[in-house]
Write a protein that binds this ligand. Sequence first.
Ligand code: GDP
Ligand code: IMO
Ligand code: MG
Length: 422
Amino acid sequence: MSVSIVVGSQWGDEGKGKVVDLLSSKVDIVARYQGGANAGHTIKIGDKQFIFHLIPSGILHDNVICIIGNGVVIEPKALLEEIEMLEQNGITLEGRLFISHNAHLIMPYHKLLDSINESGERKIGTTGRGIGPSYIDKYARKGIRIADLLNKEILKEKIRTNLKEKNNLLKKVYEHEELNVDEIINECLDFDRKIDKYITDTSAYLNDALEQQKSILLEGAQGALLDVDHGTYPYVTSSNPTSGGACTGTGIPPTKITKVIGIVKAYTTRVGLGPFPTELFDEDGKKLAEIGVEFGATTGRPRRCGWLDTFLVNYSRRINGINRAVITKLDVLSHFENIKVCTAYEINGKQLKYFPTSEAELSQAKPVYENFKGWNTDISEINNFEDLPHEAKEYLSFIAVKCGFEISHISVGPKRSQTIEL
Ligand code: GDP
Ligand code: IMO
Ligand code: MG
C-alpha cells in the first residue's frame, strides 16, 4: 500500500500531467483533489497529445481507476467534452472513472461572474473558468453539488434560489442581463443523465481501497505558490494545491500519506498577474519561452518565464513536506551558455530569512543569483544519469542541496520515454 501526492512546487505547469502518467503504471488509483478546468495537464504519447483539465492523468493506463475527488469543482461542459474526447480515442471510462458525490459544480453564473470580476479593478488574470466564484459558493454553503443532481426536485429548488440571488446581483450591481433558470436546470438534468453512472462516494471508495492495500496517487493541480493560503495572495487560485489539500480534497487521512512528490520545472514560469522575482524580460526569457513552448495548456496565454528560484522551491518543499522531487524540462536549458539560479532574496540590501508571500514584500524582493555554466548539448535522448554532461549533474546536485530534497526522476522531454530514473 502507498499513497503518494504529486504537487506542483511553483506556479503550476511544472509537468504534473507527464509525471502522473509516468507514475500511474505503478499504482491502482489516481485521484484529482482540487481545482477544476483551470488545470491543463499535458501527456504526449508518440505523436499524440492529450490535455486533461478534470480527468486524472492516469486515465491512459487501462487498469488504473480514476477519481475526481470532492475537492474538485466540476464544469459540466468541460467534463463532457473530455469524456467524449477519450471515448473517441477508444478509451473506456465505465467502471474506471468515479466522480465524488460531494464535488461542487461550476454553474454558468460562476463563469460569468469570473469574467465580470476580471473586467473590474481587481484583476488576477484568472483562466476565466469560474473557479473563484464556484469556491465562494461552496464556502458560503450555497453550492450545487454532484449529489444534488440525484434529486430533481431539490436540484430545481436550489438552482431557483441561487438564480434569484445571482440575477439580482447581475442586474442591480453589474447591469448585466439576467440568466434563464430553465435553461440552467435543463443543462444540469442533461448532465446528470450523462454522468449518473460515474457518481459515487469516492471517500468511501478510497478508504476501502486502502484497506485492500491498493496504491493510490493523488494528483494536484496548479502549484504551491498559487495556493489560496500559502501562495502569493491575492494572485492565487481559490483552492489548496499544496499537499494538505490532498487529504481534505479526497477524504484520505494524513496518517495514510506515504510520500509527497514535488514537481519542479528546471526554470520558472507563471501565467496571469502577480509578483515574480526571477522573471526575465530579456533574450534569455524569450529563449526559455520559445524552446520550452511556454503557452498555457488551458487558455493558450503566453507564460512569463524566468530562472529557477530555489528560495521559492525550498519554501514549497517545507509547506508541502516534499521528500522526492522530479525535475522537469531540463532539456530546455541545453541551449544556454550560462544559467542562473536564485538562492535568496534581498530587500533594501538585507537578505530575507523566510519566503515573503505578501504582494508588497515579494514585489520588492531582489533575487540573489549563482551562475552556472551551461552544457550546450542535446540531452533529450539520455536515459541514464551517468550519461548527462557534468555541468547538468552539477546543476541538479545544487538544486537538491539548496532545496533540501532527493531527486527521484529527471524529465528531458515531454514523452514518457524521455525520463531518467535515479
Ligand atoms: P502541468 O499543468 O503541470 O501538467 O504542465 P503542462 O502540461 O501545463 O505544461 C508542461 C508542458 O511541458 C507540456 O506541454 C508538456 O508536454 C511539456 N513537458 C513536460 N515535461 C517536459 C520535459 O521534460 N521537457 C520538455 N521539453 N517538455 C516537457
Ligand atoms: P495547472 O494544473 C498555471 C493561475 C491563473 C491565475 C490564477 C487564478 O495546469 O498547473 P483561476 O482561474 O484558478 O481562478 O486563476 O491561477 N492558474 C494556473 N496557472 N497552471 C495552472 O494549472 C493554473 N490554474 C490557474 O493563470 O493567475
Ligand atoms: Mg498546466
